[in-house]
Design a protein around this ligand. Structure first.
Ligand SMILES: Cc1ncc(COP(=O)(O)O)c(C=O)c1O
Length: 392
């Protein structure tokens, strides 16, 4: 009765079972996976959000496949601040990046084709691809002081069925930006194989630390057909608004064709409602007040993490260049899943095991840097307690 693409394993995993069991005993959970900014105690300008959603424009319907021009102009302004000049014609609004991925996969791939995605990375790629009848071939990121793309392996995985290279800039959860030298080689792979480049930049405004070796935005990159994705969920910490976009760039003839075809895909759905699109310029402006609060939270929690780990901890924190997450490498005496389950059962702390993000080996735990400092601090102290107990 159901399509094969929906044959997902529906049983809860061992970690979710441990959480349910603890909650059913009435015991609390310190959630260090929390990355919903609307529940992390930031001071959002509520009045602006509410008034942005109540403009006169929302009473008229003037459908535009790309989304309201005023909204796309605001997105163009956002990139202009980053030194990237785009025209509103190059912007398509979507109701979140998931829909943006769907549009792109429908545009560039036939059923059974594949896209190359980083590993470890965003866990939703497998679902987004499968729902669009596309497969995912992983290409590894490797860690040595910092994260790097394994471009030789990526090259070896390109076949005639490859349609795009996906990058996440900075990546979730590794926090690594794509470097200029890496982008050059990715572009070469795209040119040779006739592939597009898809850059997810939802976390691009959250660079941490002075060591910013990254390239800025991919939105201005025109050497190959390039789709850059971002949106309000991270830029303005408004995931509930469900508003994102694709910025398209590339060599002129290919770009023109891509825009024409994408316009028909977008016209088929006309999915972004007028009230949201009309609110976008004001909601995008909110980034100026919310981003400093978030960056300060990320840096503060990172300091708490480093202080709690100290110099002699059996766990190491991997280097981060940006984004909302930190990765801990734990002693491999047990699997990441076993560590995570023990943390829930013994200390009531929830973290994500690395295999959620496709870490191929080792015991890695991923923590969100967004929770309120009291919760974060208590959570990491308990992680240390469990590790010290195991080490002794
Ligand atoms: C890499 C990445 N892309 C996209 C998203 C979601 O963006 P949106 O809410 O616009 O769909 C997330 C959410 O965590 C993410 O980690």
């Amino acid at each position: 009765m159901f399509a094969r693409r929906t044959n997902w394993p529906l049983n809860p995993n061992r970690l979710s079972l441990a959480v349910v069991e603890r909650r059913s005993c009435g015991l609390p959970i310190l959630d260090l996976t929390e990355s919903n900014p609307t529940v992390c105690g930031f001071d959002l300008d509520r009045r602006t959000v509410l008034s942005a959603l109540a403009g006169e424009e929302i009473l008229r319907y003037e459908p535009d496949p790309r989304g309201l021009l005023s909204a796309r102009r605001a997105v163009v302004g956002y990139y202009a601040e980053r030194g990237v000049q785009l025209s509103p014609e190059q912007i398509f609004l979507t109701t979140g990046t998931s829909e943006a991925y769907s549009y792109i996969f429908r545009l560039i791939a036939n059923a059974g084709d594949h896209v190359l995605a980083p590993q470890p990375s965003y866990p939703l790629f497998d679902y987004l691809a499968a729902l669009n009848d596309v497969e995912v071939a992983g290409y590894p990121l490797y860690y040595g002081q910092a994260w790097h793309l394994d471009i030789a392996t990526l090259e070896a995985r390109i076949t005639p069925g490859s349609r795009a290279i996906l990058v996440v800039h900075p990546n979730n959860p590794t926090g690594s930006f794509v470097r200029a030298s890496e982008l050059e080689r990715l572009a070469e792979c795209c040119r040779t194989g006739g592939l597009s480049l898809v850059a997810d930049e939802v976390f691009a405004d959250y660079a941490l630390g002075a060591n910013e070796r990254h390239i800025g935005s991919h939105a201005g990159f025109a050497e190959v057909l390039t789709f850059t994705l971002s949106g309000l969920s991270k830029i303005s910490a408004l995931p509930q608004i469900k508003l994102a976009w694709i910025a398209v760039n590339g060599p002129p003839a290919t770009l023109a064709q891509a825009l024409d075809r994408l316009e028909i895909i977008a016209d088929t759905y006309l999915s972004v409602s007028t009230p949201l699109a009309a609110a976008l310029p004001q909601l995008l402006e909110l980034r100026h007040s919310i981003q400093p609060q978030i960056v300060s939270r990320l840096q503060g929690n990172l300091e708490i993490l480093d202080q709690t780990l100290g110099a002699h901890s059996p766990a190491t924190r991997l280097a981060i260049e940006g984004g909302w997450y930190a990765i801990l490498r734990l002693p491999s005496v047990r699997s990441d899943e076993d560590w995570a389950i023990e943390l829930v059962k013994e200390e009531g702390v929830l973290v994500h095991p690395g295999h959620f993000y496709d870490f191929p080996t080792g015991s890695y735990l991923v923590v969100s840097l967004l929770p309120q400092p009291e919760i974060f601090s208590e959570g990491v102290s308990r992680i240390m307690r469990v590790m010290e107990r195991t080490a002794t």
